[in-house]
Design a protein around this ligand. Structure first.
Ligand code: CAA
Length: 378
């Protein structure tokens, strides 16, 4: 099923009924209720991109991006749970996994019985992901993993993690392998859940790995080709984060527009003032442009075309648009918008991370520029 309007209507109804009423509580309490995660699974939103033969909904990536956008419109924390689970854990297993790995993990990930995460970043390896130092020592029939990971989305909820570790000692990315690790394995420890500015319901964990034993068959893709797995995965993940940013922008825009229609100053609704209309016009235009870029990137991915540059452009644009739009939404709502009684301050706090995770805006510019320069040299 890939009728995009039908999918949007269906997810939008779910998001308004089941997610939006919980969003303030999720932000306040710093936790997504397990019952909501269960409902996401029951409705197929955690397995949208998984083929039906592995228990998923068999949708395409463009549909998945719409799901993330609509859920993020209702709650950005819940949106990123879906996004990190699907683009960063499900996708690499689908793309690089053996048949045994797919049969073992995808059905559980499709229903939400298991939640996934992606463990690349480390205290000393953020934007420079290739400099990670977690090591997986070859012990014959298994690896023994030691090291630490930082800023791991879904770190609290995850049952499995795509872990990037060096299997060969190198100073650069060349020794990195990708390994599927079950988080119940002895030695897999959550050290800290970060206290954050925004997406407060989404868990961001610091992890320690202490002699975790993982069977060799859990190697994902070729040994020492893990950096390519990470980069290819992030190309798709960036579409998910762009969709999350777009959902936040849409929520902020709708709130500001409705507020401007109702709030009376100088004897007329704010919406009658051109200064306000101009802000709404720019918000609406940035939203339309974000949506087109995201759809272009996801369509390229669905058609099997090169999409690395377009996904970076979509994330860069949608994230910066979300920051601008949420700032202006507070401006439209004035003093009210600055208080916690109104949701626009939450949208503003939630938007900021989209300029940081899955590659900062500066990293997106590096990816875009390097692709443009490569194209020019051809
Ligand atoms: N797809 C496949 N392979 C790719 C690739 C892509 N898009 N981009 C690069 N590669 C490959 C290259 O082909 C090369 O491999 P070979 O040597 O085998 O040919 C290798 O990767 C190295 O390429 P580069 O020399 O271009 O890489 P670099 O070291 O200069 O780094 C970078 C490039 C863009 C800066 C990269 O390090 C990067 O994207 N950094 C940001 C990392 C990031 O996004 N981190 C976020 C972590 S996830 C997260 O946010 C947490 C969460 O839970 C949400």
């Amino acid at each position: 099923m890939n009728d995009y309007q039908e999918i949007r209507d269906m997810v939008s109804k779910f998001a308004d009924a089941e997610v939006a009423p919980l969003s303030a509580q999720i932000d306040r309490e710093g936790k997504i209720p397990p019952e909501l995660i269960k409902k996401l699974g029951e409705n197929g939103f955690l397995g949208s991109y998984i083929p039906e033969e592995y228990g998923g909904a068999g949708m395409d990536y463009s549909s998945y991006a719409i799901i993330v956008e609509e859920i993020s419109r209702a709650c950005a924390s819940t949106g990123v749970l879906v996004s990190a689970h699907t683009s960063l854990c499900v996708w690499p297993i689908l793309e690089f996994g053996t048949e045994e790995q797919k049969k073992k993990y995808l059905p559980k990930l499709a229903t939400g019985e298991w939640i996934g995460s992606f463990c690349l970043s480390e205290p000393g390896a953020g934007s420079d992901a290739g400099s990670l130092t977690t090591f997986a020592e070859d012990k014959g029939d298994h690896f023994e993993i030691n090291g630490s990971k930082n800023w791991i989305t879904n770190g609290r909820e995850a049952d499995i993690a795509i872990v990037f570790a060096k299997t060969k000692k190198t100073d650069d990315y060349k020794g990195i392998s990708a390994i599927i690790v079950e988080t119940k394995s002895p030695g897999y420890e959550i050290i800290k859940i970060e206290d954050k500015l925004g997406i407060r319901g989404s868990s961001t964990a610091a992890l320690a790995y202490d002699n975790i034993k993982v069977p060799k068959e859990n190697l994902l893709g070729q040994p020492e080709k893990g950096f390519r797995v990470a980069m290819a995965t992030l190309d798709g993940g960036r579409i998910g984060i762009a969709a999350q940013a777009l959902g936040i922008s849409e929520a902020a825009f709708r709130y500001a527009r409705n507020y401007a229609l109702e709030r009376v100053q100088f004897g007329k609704p704010l919406a009658n003032l051109q200064a306000i209309q101009f802000m709404l016009a720019d918000m609406s235009t940035k939203i339309a442009a974000s949506r087109l870029l995201i759809h272009d990137a996801s369509q390229k991915k669905d058609r099997g075309e090169f999409y690395s540059k377009t996904s970076a452009q979509a994330k860069l644009f949608a994230a910066e648009a979300a920051m601008w739009i949420t700032t202006k939404a507070i401006q439209v709502c004035g003093g009210n918008g600055y208080t916690k009684e109104y949701p626009v301050e939450r949208y503003f706090r939630d938007a900021k991370i989209t300029e940081i995770y899955e590659g900062t805006s500066e990293i997106q510019r590096i990816v875009i520029a390097s692709n443009e320069l490569k194209e020019a040299a051809r």
